[in-house]
Design a protein around this ligand. Sequence first.
Ligand code: PGA
Length: 249
Amino acid sequence: MRRKLAAGNWKMNGTSTSLKEAEALAAAFPSPGCEILLCPPATLIHRMSGKLEGSAVMVGGQDCHMALSGAHTGDISAEMLTDAGASHVILGHSERRADHCETDEMVRAKAETAHSQGLVAIICCGEALETREAGETLAHVGRQIAGSLPDGCTGENTVVAYEPIWAIGTGKIPTLAEIGEVHAFIRAELVARFGAETGNAIRLLYGGSVKPSNAAEIFAVADVDGALVGGASLRAEDFGGIVSALENA
Ligand code: PGA
């Protein structure tokens, strides 16, 4: 049985006053029936992990550098994330791939570094609308996961998030059949590459416009082990609705 994971990605949102949302979430789920993770901006990781100490809500980063340390102005290392209290890191989000020209090779190198520091890497993939319309979704996602996942992936250190770019922040989601098709494909690719035990242990999240109102039907799709949630993770009430749906899935 794979443990379910509700992961919130705050992106470039949140200042000190937002910490109360994290505290409210932790108070609402003292012993949740799934894992809960919040990935705030880097400036809040340390304070959030302090506030959430002893709670069931974990804290993660949104990116890390592939190098362990050095002359990389503005970047954050995997060790800095763990030192600040993070247990997870999102890597290769489509916004990082677009805004910072991150390639599969770079994401793979970052994941290796994250693993070396004991972080769980949440590695993202997903197609643009043109790719879906051209019927190239599976080929594209297959290339991304082949290139972005390092050989050392296990069910403990890696989570894969499927996030169609056209569904992120748009309110549009694929059909449940489309989500199921991509998740089944990713599962088969993971089993082919890492073997049945590891391939079946790596959790697969769906991301893109997940809300309390659509979460239950998405979580009922086979091979959906949880969600990576952007906008709806910013408020404890909304994210709590998604966590509840996952607990009951
Ligand atoms: P969204 O973002 O839930 O706001 O669509 C998802 C993501 O980018 O992780």
